[in-house]
Write a protein that binds this ligand. Structure first.
Ligand SMILES: *Cc1c(COP(=O)(O)O)cnc(C)c1O
Length: 426
């Protein structure tokens, strides 16, 4: 006999899924790692492929039934090589973290030394002992950091690499305002026989759009990334290299499968391939507009009276800005994030230079990639900054600000920079 209670539980999930869509759809989602997918990507992702298997590479499968998917993945590899201007891509990885685990597997052995950005300076958890670097049993050393420039202290970092002689020099962060001084660090790394890995999870769309830096030309042997941050596809990962060495390429492929994936979520791969085709058409404009908006938003926030970091560098050269809301370890960032959410503005608290505790940081990290994708421009960045000011500086009741947040967002319900523009939050 059917248990009606279980049906109600299942139905309650769908209700919550809907509510979440409304929450984001009529709010201002400004978490720097998020994005929305286009109608065509949504069709590919929400398809029969979600239940299928295709281990191996196109034409070399362990399962029958893969002919159509072989066409999809082959096209994806071709498009990704073009979009990322690279000799090698693997589009199978199920997330940026999995891409990193695979790259560490391919490029290091347990006990090897690795250099990376500290999580306190904006490095990702997968670069830390408690994450993938620890999982691989690596000996982690973090770069000296230039807090004013918000990037590795290039001279000190190069000296450290030369002295340390790591097996792998890893660069890139989750708090990523400015391009990494990669060429210098890669030269130092290559001098001592180290490989260079660039984690482009956040900035992959900006890089592919020609708007940030060009890691494969600046010395990165491998670039990893997520397919769903500034690159506007479904959740997943990429592994990219400009190497034409077939042995090296085989090593990277086998680190993805069988190294770290079995089923690799074929529906997401199909979505990634659609997103690659759309990016080839619209990506350069999208990336340029994101950066224009981020700079404008930084200026507007400063004009409202907020403490925006890196003023002397123009606040940002990426999709992110950082704002300080109180003293070190004060938890002012957490408080601000909660007040903003009460007003329908969805952000995340973030550690800033000087903070030591991840749960009571003083800042916020704000991204404009999703607002850009629903068609907001420089003028709207000023309006958004004024909404922040009403909540955080003028002490207005968040619920009254929320009405204006909903009205603003109500005018931006369409995904741009894609074919068949349609509802952003169906
Ligand atoms: C987000 C992020 C990742 C992880 O990506 P997921 O796709 O969330 O697993 C890896 N590295 C950096 C620098 C990131 O910011």
């Amino acid at each position: 006999m059917a248990d009606e209670n279980n049906r109600q539980l299942a139905a309650s999930v769908l209700t919550a899924v809907n509510a979440s869509g409304q929450h984001y759809g009529f709010g201002l989602p400004m978490i720097a790692s998020e994005n929305i997918i286009s109608p065509m990507v949504r069709k590919a992702t929400n398809s029969d492929l979600h239940g299928r298997y295709a281990e191996g590479l196109p034409g070399k499968r362990y399962y029958q039934g893969c002919d159509d998917f072989d066409d999809i993945e082959s096209l994806g590899i071709k498009l990704a090589k073009q979009v990322f201007n690279a000799n090698f891509v693997n589009i199978q990885s199920t997330s940026g973290t999995v891409s990193n685990i695979a790259a560490l597997k391919a490029l290091t052995k347990p006990g090897d030394k690795i250099s990376a950005v500290s999580t306190a300076d904006g490095g990702h958890i997968s670069h830390a002992r408690m994450g993938a670097v620890g999982l691989r049993g690596l000996d982690l050393h973090t770069y000296p950091w230039d807090e004013a420039r918000m990037e590795p202290d290039v001279d000190a970092a190069c000296a450290m690499i030369r002295d340390l002689e790591p097996k792998l020099a890893l660069v890139g962060q989750s708090v990523f305002l400015f391009p990494t001084p990669l060429q210098e660090m890669a030269d130092a790394a290559h001098e001592v026989g180290a490989k260079v890995m660039y984690d482009g999870a956040h900035v992959l769309g900006l890089i592919a759009g020609g708007q940030f830096q060009d890691p494969l030309r600046e010395g990165a042997d491998v670039m990893t990334g997520s397919s769903h941050k500034t690159f506007p596809g479904p959740q997943g990962g990429f592994m990219i290299s400009d190497s034409d060495d077939e042995k090296f390429q085989r090593k990277l492929n086998s680190a993805i499968f069988p190294g770290t994936n079995s089923s690799y979520h074929l529906h997401h791969v199909a979505g990634k391939v659609v997103a690659l085709a759309e990016f080839a058409e619209f990506g350069a404009d999208y990336a340029a507009d994101i950066i224009t908006n981020a700079k404008a938003f930084g200026e507007a926030m400063a004009a409202e009276g907020f403490d925006v970091l890196a003023e002397e560098r123009g606040y940002t050269a990426s999709h992110q800005i950082l704002t300080r809301h109180g003293g070190q370890d004060s938890g002012a960032g957490a408080k601000a994030a909660q007040l903003l959410e009460d007003a329908g503005i969805i952000t995340n608290m973030n550690m800033l230079p000087g903070d030591t505790k991840a749960l009571t940081p003083s800042g916020l990290r704000l991204g404009v990639q999703e607002l850009t994708r629903v068609g907001m421009d420089v003028d709207e960045m000023g309006v958004v900054a004024s909404l922040y000011a009403r909540v955080l500086l003028n002490g207005e009741d968040p619920s009254s600000v929320k009405r204006d947040v909903q009205a603003l967002k109500g005018e931006h319900q369409t995904v741009h920079y894609c074919f068949d523009q349609g509802p952003a939050y169906p």
